[in-house]
Design a protein around this ligand. Structure first.
Ligand SMILES: NC(=O)c1ccc[n+]([C@@H]2O[C@H](COP(=O)([O-])OP(=O)(O)OC[C@H]3O[C@@H](n4cnc5c(N)ncnc54)[C@H](O)[C@@H]3O)[C@@H](O)[C@H]2O)c1
Ligand SMILES: [Zn+2]
Length: 343
């Protein structure tokens, strides 16, 4: 039996968790497929069909770029794809970000469904309608808001996901636990190896409720950027040696440290120690401050020419937003380096 997650009235996306992979949730109207080639064998092993117009593409953060999408549009147009078609996007966050953007641009917008195949894709990237590609100057600098009509969550996809990517997705789950203010959940996630479908469901519900209140990110949706001020900078400045989820983990730890320094409360020492220990292998890849600053200065979420919005986790309560200066960010960066390299 498939479970439909309850969504607030008016929310544009239906989220379904089928018991097992099946054709039941594919569009009943004409459709085309755009998928990450890494998951093609998995799609076939689930005995899922391919429509006549179907592309499996190589994905990487370096090719998450506008020019990569243009040949897709040419091919779709030559194949008479029109507004009656639904684009089914199969892959991790990279693929759903690009596929969602392609769906919002082709013929000024066609419907799309997301079949996220990574943990990060299932709990975060496919939910909330943000689509994007990168520019040289920074992450996700060109994009749209275009909700998928359906998101189909199949946990079996996670069985083939490389372990490093599974762990990277776990940091976005830990971020969600801190946004909820539930430190026990955060610690349980740090202790567990494989997040279960209940964790996935819980994170999705939390994200839906936040997004529904503030689709265009003018208020509370910004809280979802916990860990992302440093996260995006680390990811870009390390040339994507650090994965998105890993960079967010480092950013969350930095934000916890800042919260304690500002006397917002004290996190359980075991929580901070476990985070630092699990992030320690990345310490050699954390880019130096000057490199990070270049990307922080170009952040879309900057308040003004100098200051940056920063999301501060509060032990046991939802986070708050503050604006902080580069000087303060530099001191947090230095402290983070110390915290993770001491482990
Ligand atoms: N739109 C949003 O709201 C939002 C939110 C968070 C992150 N993102 C974006 O998501 C991207 C990261 O997503 P990601 O972590 O899923 O990375 P990803 O899409 O690169 O997938 C991770 C790796 O696993 C492979 N893969 C994916 N699913 C697989 C499976 N089931 N079996 C085997 N291999 C599989 C991919 O080919 C890739 O090598 C970033 O670009 C980030 O900016 C977007
Ligand atoms: Zn993220």
């Amino acid at each position: 039996m498939s479970v439909y997650l309850e969504v607030p009235s008016g929310f544009a996306t239906q989220i379904v968790i089928p018991e097992s992979p099946s054709t039941e949730h594919l569009p009943q109207t004409p459709w085309l497929l755009l998928g990450d080639e890494a998951v093609r064998p998995v799609w076939h092993s689930f005995k899922l069909p391919e429509p006549p117009v179907c592309s499996w593409v190589k994905t990487s953060e370096a090719s998450k770029r506008m020019e990569v999408m243009l040949p897709w549009f040419e091919q779709w147009s030559k194949s008479n794809i029109n507004r009656n078609h639904t684009l089914v996007v199969v892959g991790g966050g990279l693929m759903t970000d690009m596929g969602g953007l392609a769906a919002s641009l082709y013929m000024r917008g066609i419907k799309w469904h997301a079949w996220p195949t990574s943990l990060l894709g299932q709990i975060d990237a496919s939910i909330g309608g943000k689509t994007a590609v990168n520019l040289d100057s920074g992450k996700n600098m060109v994009g749209t808001f275009h909700h998928p009509e359906h998101v189909v969550i199949i946990s079996e996809f996670l069985e083939s996901l490389p372990k490093r990517h599974l762990m990277a997705g776990k940091w976005e789950l830990i971020k969600m636990a801190l946004i909820e203010g539930d430190l026990n959940w955060a610690e349980a996630l740090l202790d567990g190896v494989f997040p279960n479908i209940k964790d996935v469901e819980r994170a999705i519900k939390l994200k839906i409720n936040i997004v529904h209140q503030d689709f265009r990110e003018e208020g509370n949706r910004r809280l979802l950027n916990l860990g992302h001020t440093f996260g995006h900078a680390f990811e870009s400045a390390s040339n994507h040696t650090i994965l998105h989820g890993e960079a967010v983990g480092l950013g969350v730890l930095a934000a916890c440290y800042y919260s304690e320094r500002m006397n917002f409360g004290v996190f359980p020492p075991t929580l901070i120690e476990k985070m630092a220990k699990q992030l320690a292998p990345l310490s050699f890849h954390i880019p130096e401050w000057d490199k990070c600053l270049q990307f922080i200065m170009k952040d879309k979420k900057k308040k003004n020419e100098v200051d940056t919005y920063f999301i501060v986790p509060i032990p046991g309560s939802p986070p708050i937003q503050q604006t902080i200066s580069p000087v303060v960010l530099e001191s947090i960066h230095a402290r983070l380096l110390k915290l993770v390299s001491l482990c």
